[in-house]
Write a protein that binds this ligand. Structure first.
Ligand code: AMP
Ligand code: MG
Length: 353
C-alpha cells in the first residue's frame, strides 16, 4: 500500500548531488575512457554501506510507481545499454524488486527478426513503448542501431535500405532521427531515462572468468561475448560518439559506474527516483460532488448493517487505532504538520527551514 512520503529539500539536494557526476551534459563531447571511471563509488566504502540507500531507493520507486499508475498521465521509458557482463539483468531485478509487476514491462532486444528487418529501424522499438502510467524497460534498445550495427556493418546490409539512404554519414543521421523521435515522445508525456552501465575491460575479464569457473553460471557464457570483447576499442568509440550526439535536454544520458554491481544498482535507483520525483505524479483527487456521492453510498451501506454489527467496522477500527496512537505518544498534538494536499516541493522547502 502506498503511503505519501516525501523527501526533504536537503535529501533532494543530496540525491541531486549524488547523480550529478553520472550526467552527460547535452552538447558535451564525451571520451568514455577519459571522462567516466567505471570504479567510481561516490565515497561509499563498500556494499554494506550502500544497503540502506538501495532499500530507500527501492521503497521510493515503489511509491512513485503506484502514483504514476494512478495518475495515468506520464509513461516512463528506461533505456539500458552496456557492454556484455555489465549487469543489465541484475540491475533490473534488484532496482525494480519493490515495484508492482503490473506497472512494469521489460523488453530485451536481440538480433532483429526477418519481420523486423522489413520495417524502418525504429519500428520494433516503437511497438514496445510503455503506455501512460507504466514504466517500460528496454534491455538493449534503439541505440543498438548505432552500436552493434555500426561496429558490425553487415547488420546494416541486412536492413534492406535503399541505396540513397546509406549515402553520407548514416550515423549522424540516425543520431538526429533518434533525438527527434525521443523529443516527440517526451513532448507527448513519455519520459526517457537513458542509462549506460560503464564496465572496465578488466572487470569484464573477471566476470567472464567467473561464468566459466562457476558451473551455475556457465549458461551465461557465450563465445560470441569474447569475440565482441576483441572489438573493445571499436565499441568504446561507438559509445563515446553515441553519448556525445544523443544526450539531449529532453532525454539525457547517464553513465553509471558498473564495476561494482551494488553501486550500479544504487546509482540506477537514484536516477530513476529523481526522474519520478520531477514528474511528481499524484493520486487523483476527488471533487466535492464526487465526495458527496460517496457519502450517500456510505450512508446507504451503513443502513444495511445487520442487527448487532457495527455500522462501519472499518471506520471504527481506524478510530480505535488513532486513539491508541495518541495515548502512546502521551499528547494529542499531531507529530507532523497536517500537509493534506501540499505538493512535494512545498513540503521539502517547509521542512528544510
Ligand atoms: P543478449 O542481450 O546477450 O541476449 O544478446 C542479444 C544480442 O542481440 C547481442 O549480441 C546484440 O548485439 C544483438 N542485437 C541487439 N540488437 C541488435 C540490432 N539492432 N542489430 C543487430 N544485433 C542486435
Ligand atoms: Mg549476452
Amino acid at each position: 500500500m502506498a503511503t505519501r512520503q516525501e523527501l526533504t529539500a536537503k535529501q533532494r539536494q543530496r540525491l541531486a548531488d549524488f547523480i550529478a557526476p553520472f550526467l552527460v551534459r547535452p552538447g558535451s563531447k564525451v571520451s568514455l575512457a577519459k571522462d567516466f571511471d567505471p570504479g567510481f563509488k561516490a565515497g561509499l566504502k563498500n556494499k554494506k554501506a550502500g544497503v540502506a540507500l538501495l532499500e530507500e531507493g527501492v521503497r521510493l520507486l515503489s511509491e512513485y510507481q503506484a502514483r504514476l499508475a494512478a495518475q495515468d498521465t506520464w509513461g516512463v521509458l528506461v533505456v539500458l545499454q552496456a557492454l556484455d557482463a555489465a549487469g543489465k539483468d541484475g540491475t533490473v531485478r534488484h532496482v525494480m524488486s519493490g515495484v508492482n509487476p503490473q506497472g512494469v514491462q521489460v523488453h530485451s532486444f536481440k538480433v532483429p527478426s526477418a519481420e523486423e528487418l522489413d520495417h524502418d529501424f525504429l519500428w520494433r522499438y516503437a511497438s514496445r513503448l510503455p503506455a501512460r502510467g507504466d514504466i517500460g524497460i528496454f534491455n538493449r534498445s534503439h541505440y543498438e542501431e548505432v552500436l552493434v550495427v555500426r561496429v558490425h556493418p553487415e547488420n546494416l546490409d541486412r536492413q534492406k535500405l535503399p541505396k540513397a539512404s546509406t549515402k553520407g554519414d548514416i550515423w549522424k543521421r540516425r543520431y538526429r532521427e533518434i533525438n527527434d523521435w525521443e523529443r516527440y515522445l517526451s513532448d507527448n508525456g513519455f519520459r526517457i531515462v537513458k542509462l549506460f552501465l560503464n564496465l572496465s575491460r578488466e572487470e569484464q575479464r573477471v566476470r567472464f572468468l567467473r561464468r566459466l569457473d562457476l558451473p551455475d553460471h556457465n549458461w551465461k557464457f557465450s563465445a560470441a561475448d569474447v569475440r565482441e570483447r576483441e572489438r573493445w576499442d571499436d565499441y568504446h568509440r561507438a559509445f563515446s560518439e553515441m553519448l556525445s550526439h544523443t544526450s539531449t535536454e529532453w532525454a539525457p544520458w547517464h553513465v553509471i559506474p558498473a564495476d561494482r554491481k551494488w553501486f550500479a544498482r544504487i546509482a540506477v535507483g537514484a536516477v530513476l527516483v529523481t526522474t519520478l520525483m520531477e514528474l511528481d505524479p499524484r493520486f487523483p483527487t476527488v471533487t466535492k460532488q464526487q465526495r458527496q456521492a460517496l457519502s450517500e453510498v456510505k450512508r446507504a451501506l451503513e443502513a444495511q448493517a445487520p442487527e448487532g454489527a457495527a455500522r462501519d467496522p472499518f471506520e471504527r477500527a481506524r478510530r480505535d487505532a488513532k486513539t491508541a496512537a495518541k495515548s502512546a505518544r502521551g499528547d494529542d498534538k499531531p507529530q507532523r504538520p497536517a500537509t493534506g494536499g501540499a505538493n512535494a516541493s512545498e513540503l521539502g522547502v517547509e521542512r528544510s527551514e
